[in-house]
Design a protein around this ligand. Sequence first.
Ligand code: SF4
Length: 396
Amino acid sequence: MTESTSRDGEPLAQIKGWCPGALRPMAASDGLVVRIRPPAGRLSMAQAQGIAVLAQRHASPWLELTNRANLQLRGVGAARHAPLLDGLRALGLVDEDAASEARRNVQVQPLWTEGDVTHGLALHLGEWLADRDAPVLPAKFGFAVDTGAAPCLREAHADIRLERHADGVLVYADGADSGVVVAPQAAPRHALDLARWFLGAGGAPEGRGRMAALLGRCALPAEWRQTPVPAHAVLAPGPGPQAPGPIVSLAFGLVRASTLAALGACGALRLTPWRSLLVEGAGRLPESAELITDPLDARLRVAACTGAPGCEQAWAPTRDLALALAPAVGSGHLLHVSGCSKGCAHPTAATTIVATRRGFDFIRFGTAAGAPDHHGLDLPALEQLLQQETAHAARV
Ligand code: SF4
Protein backbone atom coordinates (compact mmCIF):
# COMPACT_ATOMS: atom_id res chain seq x y z
CA MET A 1 0.00 0.00 0.00
CA THR A 2 1.28 3.51 -0.75
CA GLU A 3 -0.08 6.95 -0.08
CA SER A 4 1.26 10.47 -0.08
CA THR A 5 2.03 13.26 2.34
CA SER A 6 1.64 16.85 1.20
CA ARG A 7 4.01 19.80 1.22
CA ASP A 8 3.55 23.15 -0.47
CA GLY A 9 4.39 22.90 -4.12
CA GLU A 10 6.41 19.68 -3.78
CA PRO A 11 5.70 16.30 -5.27
CA LEU A 12 4.34 14.16 -2.49
CA ALA A 13 6.47 11.85 -0.36
CA GLN A 14 5.31 8.26 -0.62
CA ILE A 15 4.35 6.39 2.56
CA LYS A 16 4.64 2.72 1.78
CA GLY A 17 2.65 1.45 4.79
CA TRP A 18 4.86 -1.58 5.35
CA CYS A 19 8.33 -2.29 6.68
CA PRO A 20 11.02 -4.35 4.97
CA GLY A 21 12.14 -7.66 6.36
CA ALA A 22 14.59 -10.33 5.32
CA LEU A 23 11.97 -12.31 3.39
CA ARG A 24 10.25 -9.23 2.03
CA PRO A 25 12.98 -6.69 1.22
CA MET A 26 12.22 -3.17 0.05
CA ALA A 27 13.57 -1.75 -3.20
CA ALA A 28 15.60 1.47 -2.88
CA SER A 29 17.73 3.46 -5.33
CA ASP A 30 20.85 1.63 -4.16
CA GLY A 31 19.35 -1.89 -4.25
CA LEU A 32 17.28 -3.97 -1.86
CA VAL A 33 16.98 -3.11 1.83
CA VAL A 34 17.02 -6.33 3.87
CA ARG A 35 16.02 -5.87 7.49
CA ILE A 36 16.99 -8.39 10.18
CA ARG A 37 14.87 -8.59 13.33
CA PRO A 38 17.12 -10.35 15.86
CA PRO A 39 15.09 -12.49 18.30
CA ALA A 40 14.73 -10.58 21.61
CA GLY A 41 16.91 -7.81 20.15
CA ARG A 42 20.13 -9.78 20.62
CA LEU A 43 22.80 -11.14 18.28
CA SER A 44 25.17 -13.84 19.51
CA MET A 45 28.84 -13.33 18.75
CA ALA A 46 28.60 -15.84 15.89
CA GLN A 47 25.51 -14.13 14.45
CA ALA A 48 27.08 -10.66 14.56
CA GLN A 49 30.27 -11.85 12.89
CA GLY A 50 28.29 -13.94 10.38
CA ILE A 51 26.16 -10.96 9.34
CA ALA A 52 29.34 -8.95 8.80
CA VAL A 53 30.67 -11.62 6.43
CA LEU A 54 27.35 -11.72 4.56
CA ALA A 55 27.30 -7.93 4.18
CA GLN A 56 30.80 -7.97 2.74
CA ARG A 57 29.75 -10.65 0.24
CA HIS A 58 26.27 -9.57 -0.80
CA ALA A 59 25.53 -5.97 0.25
CA SER A 60 26.92 -2.55 0.99
CA PRO A 61 29.69 -2.79 3.61
CA TRP A 62 27.73 -0.24 5.66
CA LEU A 63 24.86 -1.61 7.74
CA GLU A 64 22.17 0.43 9.48
CA LEU A 65 20.75 0.22 12.99
CA THR A 66 17.12 1.31 12.90
CA ASN A 67 15.08 3.20 15.47
CA ARG A 68 13.12 -0.02 16.05
CA ALA A 69 16.24 -1.83 17.21
CA ASN A 70 16.67 -3.80 14.00
CA LEU A 71 19.68 -4.12 11.72
CA GLN A 72 19.45 -3.68 7.97
CA LEU A 73 21.63 -4.34 4.98
CA ARG A 74 21.41 -2.09 1.94
CA GLY A 75 22.57 -2.26 -1.63
CA VAL A 76 21.64 -5.90 -2.09
CA GLY A 77 21.40 -6.79 -5.78
CA ALA A 78 18.34 -8.85 -6.74
CA ALA A 79 20.54 -11.84 -7.58
CA ARG A 80 22.27 -11.65 -4.18
CA HIS A 81 19.08 -11.84 -2.12
CA ALA A 82 18.74 -15.64 -2.24
CA PRO A 83 22.32 -16.43 -1.16
CA LEU A 84 22.06 -13.72 1.50
CA LEU A 85 18.88 -15.34 2.84
CA ASP A 86 20.58 -18.74 2.89
CA GLY A 87 23.36 -17.26 4.97
CA LEU A 88 20.94 -15.55 7.37
CA ARG A 89 18.93 -18.75 7.65
CA ALA A 90 22.06 -20.66 8.66
CA LEU A 91 22.54 -18.07 11.42
CA GLY A 92 18.98 -18.62 12.69
CA LEU A 93 17.84 -15.13 11.65
CA VAL A 94 15.05 -15.87 9.16
CA ASP A 95 11.41 -16.50 10.06
CA GLU A 96 9.19 -19.19 8.62
CA ASP A 97 7.34 -16.75 6.38
CA ALA A 98 7.09 -13.02 5.67
CA ALA A 99 3.87 -12.60 7.68
CA SER A 100 5.46 -14.05 10.84
CA GLU A 101 8.49 -11.84 10.35
CA ALA A 102 6.34 -8.72 9.96
CA ARG A 103 4.41 -9.42 13.16
CA ARG A 104 7.52 -9.94 15.27
CA ASN A 105 7.87 -6.28 16.08
CA VAL A 106 9.32 -6.30 19.59
CA GLN A 107 11.68 -3.81 21.20
CA VAL A 108 13.56 -4.87 24.29
CA GLN A 109 15.12 -2.75 27.03
CA PRO A 110 18.81 -3.53 26.62
CA LEU A 111 20.00 -3.29 30.23
CA TRP A 112 18.59 -6.65 31.35
CA THR A 113 20.77 -8.86 33.47
CA GLU A 114 20.97 -12.63 33.81
CA GLY A 115 18.03 -13.86 35.84
CA ASP A 116 15.60 -11.00 35.20
CA VAL A 117 12.52 -11.82 33.17
CA THR A 118 13.28 -9.58 30.19
CA HIS A 119 15.17 -11.80 27.79
CA GLY A 120 12.95 -14.86 28.24
CA LEU A 121 9.80 -12.76 28.05
CA ALA A 122 10.93 -11.06 24.83
CA LEU A 123 11.80 -14.42 23.26
CA HIS A 124 8.42 -15.90 24.19
CA LEU A 125 6.51 -12.88 22.96
CA GLY A 126 8.38 -13.11 19.64
CA GLU A 127 7.46 -16.78 19.36
CA TRP A 128 3.79 -16.06 20.07
CA LEU A 129 3.77 -13.30 17.46
CA ALA A 130 5.46 -15.51 14.87
CA ASP A 131 2.79 -18.18 15.31
CA ARG A 132 0.41 -18.47 12.35
CA ASP A 133 -2.59 -17.98 14.68
CA ALA A 134 -1.33 -14.62 15.95
CA PRO A 135 -3.47 -11.60 15.07
CA VAL A 136 -2.65 -9.82 11.82
CA LEU A 137 -1.52 -6.39 13.00
CA PRO A 138 -0.60 -3.20 11.15
CA ALA A 139 3.02 -3.12 9.96
CA LYS A 140 4.03 -0.39 12.40
CA PHE A 141 2.24 -1.95 15.40
CA GLY A 142 4.82 -2.90 18.00
CA PHE A 143 5.49 -4.18 21.50
CA ALA A 144 7.97 -2.86 24.09
CA VAL A 145 9.37 -5.33 26.63
CA ASP A 146 10.59 -2.83 29.19
CA THR A 147 10.90 -4.99 32.29
CA GLY A 148 14.13 -3.60 33.72
CA ALA A 149 14.41 -2.00 37.17
CA ALA A 150 12.69 1.12 35.75
CA PRO A 151 11.18 1.58 32.28
CA CYS A 152 13.45 3.27 29.73
CA LEU A 153 11.50 2.66 26.50
CA ARG A 154 8.60 5.05 27.15
CA GLU A 155 9.81 7.33 24.32
CA ALA A 156 10.22 4.41 21.91
CA HIS A 157 7.35 3.76 19.51
CA ALA A 158 5.22 0.89 20.74
CA ASP A 159 1.52 0.06 20.98
CA ILE A 160 1.56 -2.46 23.81
CA ARG A 161 3.97 -2.09 26.71
CA LEU A 162 5.16 -4.64 29.22
CA GLU A 163 6.88 -3.31 32.34
CA ARG A 164 8.12 -4.74 35.60
CA HIS A 165 5.73 -4.69 38.56
CA ALA A 166 6.21 -5.91 42.13
CA ASP A 167 3.59 -8.61 41.48
CA GLY A 168 4.64 -9.61 37.96
CA VAL A 169 4.46 -7.81 34.62
CA LEU A 170 2.25 -4.81 33.90
CA VAL A 171 0.73 -5.10 30.41
CA TYR A 172 -0.89 -1.93 29.09
CA ALA A 173 -1.97 -0.13 25.97
CA ASP A 174 0.17 2.76 24.79
CA GLY A 175 -1.64 5.94 25.74
CA ALA A 176 -3.48 4.34 28.69
CA ASP A 177 -2.80 5.26 32.30
CA SER A 178 -3.51 1.78 33.65
CA GLY A 179 -3.18 -1.83 32.65
CA VAL A 180 -3.26 -5.34 34.07
CA VAL A 181 -0.63 -7.17 36.15
CA VAL A 182 -0.02 -10.81 35.25
CA ALA A 183 2.61 -13.48 35.89
CA PRO A 184 5.62 -13.19 33.50
CA GLN A 185 4.78 -16.46 31.75
CA ALA A 186 1.23 -15.21 31.07
CA ALA A 187 2.33 -11.80 29.76
CA PRO A 188 2.73 -12.78 26.05
CA ARG A 189 -0.80 -14.22 25.93
CA HIS A 190 -2.24 -11.10 27.56
CA ALA A 191 -0.30 -8.85 25.19
CA LEU A 192 -1.82 -10.69 22.23
CA ASP A 193 -5.28 -10.53 23.80
CA LEU A 194 -4.88 -6.76 24.05
CA ALA A 195 -3.80 -6.70 20.39
CA ARG A 196 -6.95 -8.64 19.48
CA TRP A 197 -9.05 -6.12 21.38
CA PHE A 198 -7.34 -3.36 19.34
CA LEU A 199 -8.36 -5.06 16.09
CA GLY A 200 -11.87 -5.87 17.29
CA ALA A 201 -12.44 -2.27 18.39
CA GLY A 202 -11.64 -1.02 14.88
CA GLY A 203 -8.08 0.10 15.56
CA ALA A 204 -6.81 -0.78 12.10
CA PRO A 205 -9.24 0.29 9.40
CA GLU A 206 -7.71 -0.68 6.05
CA GLY A 207 -4.92 -2.45 7.89
CA ARG A 208 -3.36 0.67 9.42
CA GLY A 209 -3.62 2.30 12.83
CA ARG A 210 -1.98 2.75 16.22
CA MET A 211 -3.13 2.00 19.74
CA ALA A 212 -2.84 5.55 21.11
CA ALA A 213 -4.95 6.88 18.23
CA LEU A 214 -7.64 4.28 18.95
CA LEU A 215 -7.73 5.25 22.64
CA GLY A 216 -8.41 8.81 21.54
CA ARG A 217 -11.76 7.72 20.12
CA CYS A 218 -12.62 4.55 22.05
CA ALA A 219 -12.58 3.68 25.78
CA LEU A 220 -10.44 0.80 26.95
CA PRO A 221 -12.55 -1.92 28.67
CA ALA A 222 -12.33 -2.00 32.49
CA GLU A 223 -10.53 -5.36 32.44
CA TRP A 224 -7.52 -3.55 30.91
CA ARG A 225 -7.65 -0.69 33.43
CA GLN A 226 -6.94 -2.37 36.77
CA THR A 227 -3.47 -1.15 37.82
CA PRO A 228 -2.10 2.38 37.33
CA VAL A 229 0.96 2.86 35.16
CA PRO A 230 3.70 4.31 37.42
CA ALA A 231 4.90 7.77 36.46
CA HIS A 232 8.53 6.93 37.20
CA ALA A 233 10.71 6.16 34.18
CA VAL A 234 14.36 6.71 33.34
CA LEU A 235 16.00 8.37 30.36
CA ALA A 236 17.33 6.31 27.50
CA PRO A 237 20.93 5.38 28.31
CA GLY A 238 23.58 6.99 26.13
CA PRO A 239 27.01 5.64 25.30
CA GLY A 240 29.12 4.51 28.24
CA PRO A 241 29.49 1.67 30.73
CA GLN A 242 26.43 -0.25 31.96
CA ALA A 243 26.17 -3.31 34.20
CA PRO A 244 25.80 -5.84 31.34
CA GLY A 245 28.48 -4.16 29.18
CA PRO A 246 29.35 -0.89 27.44
CA ILE A 247 26.95 0.89 25.09
CA VAL A 248 28.44 2.34 21.91
CA SER A 249 26.54 4.73 19.65
CA LEU A 250 26.96 5.12 15.90
CA ALA A 251 26.36 8.26 13.89
CA PHE A 252 23.03 7.80 12.09
CA GLY A 253 23.14 4.15 13.18
CA LEU A 254 25.70 3.35 10.47
CA VAL A 255 28.17 0.59 11.22
CA ARG A 256 30.77 -0.79 8.86
CA ALA A 257 30.74 -4.57 8.44
CA SER A 258 34.32 -4.82 9.66
CA THR A 259 33.41 -2.83 12.80
CA LEU A 260 30.38 -5.04 13.41
CA ALA A 261 32.65 -8.08 13.20
CA ALA A 262 35.13 -6.51 15.61
CA LEU A 263 32.35 -5.68 18.09
CA GLY A 264 30.94 -9.19 17.70
CA ALA A 265 34.34 -10.58 18.64
CA CYS A 266 34.11 -8.70 21.96
CA GLY A 267 30.71 -10.01 23.03
CA ALA A 268 27.09 -10.67 22.07
CA LEU A 269 25.32 -7.51 20.89
CA ARG A 270 22.04 -6.04 22.11
CA LEU A 271 20.36 -3.63 19.71
CA THR A 272 18.70 -0.53 21.11
CA PRO A 273 16.05 1.82 19.67
CA TRP A 274 18.61 4.62 20.01
CA ARG A 275 20.78 3.27 17.19
CA SER A 276 23.38 2.00 19.59
CA LEU A 277 24.71 -1.39 20.62
CA LEU A 278 25.34 -2.86 24.04
CA VAL A 279 28.34 -5.20 23.90
CA GLU A 280 27.77 -7.87 26.55
CA GLY A 281 30.60 -8.22 29.04
CA ALA A 282 33.15 -6.36 26.93
CA GLY A 283 36.14 -5.03 28.87
CA ARG A 284 37.71 -3.38 25.83
CA LEU A 285 36.19 -2.09 22.62
CA PRO A 286 37.76 -2.05 19.17
CA GLU A 287 39.57 1.14 18.14
CA SER A 288 37.35 2.83 15.56
CA ALA A 289 36.38 6.44 14.85
CA GLU A 290 32.88 5.15 14.05
CA LEU A 291 32.22 4.17 17.66
CA ILE A 292 30.85 6.98 19.81
CA THR A 293 31.67 6.42 23.47
CA ASP A 294 31.47 10.01 24.74
CA PRO A 295 27.90 11.15 25.55
CA LEU A 296 28.93 14.72 24.64
CA ASP A 297 30.00 13.80 21.09
CA ALA A 298 28.39 16.34 18.70
CA ARG A 299 27.36 13.53 16.32
CA LEU A 300 24.75 12.50 18.90
CA ARG A 301 22.97 15.84 18.39
CA VAL A 302 22.00 15.13 14.78
CA ALA A 303 19.64 12.69 13.11
CA ALA A 304 19.43 12.24 9.35
CA CYS A 305 17.74 9.79 7.01
CA THR A 306 19.39 7.97 4.11
CA GLY A 307 18.83 10.96 1.81
CA ALA A 308 20.24 11.08 -1.73
CA PRO A 309 21.42 9.06 -3.51
CA GLY A 310 20.20 6.02 -1.52
CA CYS A 311 16.55 7.10 -1.34
CA GLU A 312 14.74 7.95 -4.55
CA GLN A 313 12.47 10.41 -2.74
CA ALA A 314 15.32 12.55 -1.40
CA TRP A 315 15.96 16.02 -2.80
CA ALA A 316 19.55 16.17 -1.51
CA PRO A 317 22.17 14.30 0.53
CA THR A 318 21.47 14.65 4.23
CA ARG A 319 24.14 13.05 6.37
CA ASP A 320 27.16 15.11 5.31
CA LEU A 321 25.08 18.24 5.89
CA ALA A 322 24.05 17.02 9.34
CA LEU A 323 27.68 16.30 10.28
CA ALA A 324 28.76 19.72 8.99
CA LEU A 325 26.09 21.39 11.12
CA ALA A 326 26.53 19.26 14.26
CA PRO A 327 29.06 21.61 15.94
CA ALA A 328 26.51 24.44 15.65
CA VAL A 329 23.85 22.46 17.54
CA GLY A 330 23.67 23.32 21.22
CA SER A 331 24.23 20.66 23.88
CA GLY A 332 20.94 19.01 24.82
CA HIS A 333 19.35 19.85 21.45
CA LEU A 334 18.66 17.68 18.43
CA LEU A 335 18.84 18.68 14.79
CA HIS A 336 16.95 16.53 12.31
CA VAL A 337 17.96 16.72 8.63
CA SER A 338 15.46 15.07 6.31
CA GLY A 339 15.74 14.36 2.59
CA CYS A 340 12.01 15.01 2.14
CA SER A 341 8.88 15.78 4.14
CA LYS A 342 8.39 12.18 5.23
CA GLY A 343 10.93 12.55 8.06
CA CYS A 344 11.90 8.89 8.40
CA ALA A 345 14.84 9.49 10.74
CA HIS A 346 12.94 11.36 13.46
CA PRO A 347 9.15 11.32 13.33
CA THR A 348 8.63 13.63 16.33
CA ALA A 349 9.21 17.37 16.67
CA ALA A 350 12.74 18.83 16.73
CA THR A 351 14.71 21.58 15.04
CA THR A 352 14.30 20.31 11.49
CA ILE A 353 15.86 20.96 8.10
CA VAL A 354 14.09 19.52 5.05
CA ALA A 355 15.58 19.24 1.57
CA THR A 356 13.34 20.61 -1.17
CA ARG A 357 13.82 21.20 -4.87
CA ARG A 358 14.68 24.84 -4.02
CA GLY A 359 17.23 24.35 -1.25
CA PHE A 360 16.60 23.62 2.41
CA ASP A 361 13.62 24.59 4.55
CA PHE A 362 14.13 25.33 8.24
CA ILE A 363 11.51 24.45 10.85
CA ARG A 364 12.30 25.92 14.25
CA PHE A 365 10.45 23.16 16.12
CA GLY A 366 8.32 20.63 14.32
CA THR A 367 8.33 17.53 12.20
CA ALA A 368 9.58 17.31 8.63
CA ALA A 369 5.99 17.72 7.41
CA GLY A 370 5.52 20.93 9.43
CA ALA A 371 5.25 24.51 8.17
CA PRO A 372 8.73 25.98 7.53
CA ASP A 373 9.91 29.16 9.26
CA HIS A 374 12.45 29.79 6.47
CA HIS A 375 12.66 28.58 2.85
CA GLY A 376 15.40 27.85 0.34
CA LEU A 377 18.50 28.11 2.56
CA ASP A 378 22.08 27.09 1.84
CA LEU A 379 24.76 25.84 4.27
CA PRO A 380 26.05 29.25 5.50
CA ALA A 381 22.49 30.43 6.13
CA LEU A 382 21.66 27.23 7.99
CA GLU A 383 24.77 27.53 10.18
CA GLN A 384 23.89 31.10 11.03
CA LEU A 385 20.31 30.20 11.92
CA LEU A 386 21.41 27.34 14.13
CA GLN A 387 23.88 29.54 15.99
CA GLN A 388 21.11 32.10 16.56
CA GLU A 389 18.78 29.37 17.83
CA THR A 390 21.44 28.05 20.20
CA ALA A 391 22.20 31.51 21.53
CA HIS A 392 18.48 32.19 21.97
CA ALA A 393 17.95 28.91 23.83
CA ALA A 394 20.89 29.72 26.13
CA ARG A 395 19.30 33.09 27.02
CA VAL A 396 15.83 31.66 27.80
S1 SF4 B 1 12.70 11.04 4.79
FE1 SF4 B 1 14.62 10.50 3.79
S2 SF4 B 1 14.69 8.26 3.73
FE2 SF4 B 1 12.57 8.87 4.19
S3 SF4 B 1 11.57 8.91 2.18
FE3 SF4 B 1 12.30 11.00 2.59
S4 SF4 B 1 14.33 11.13 1.69
FE4 SF4 B 1 13.79 8.96 1.81
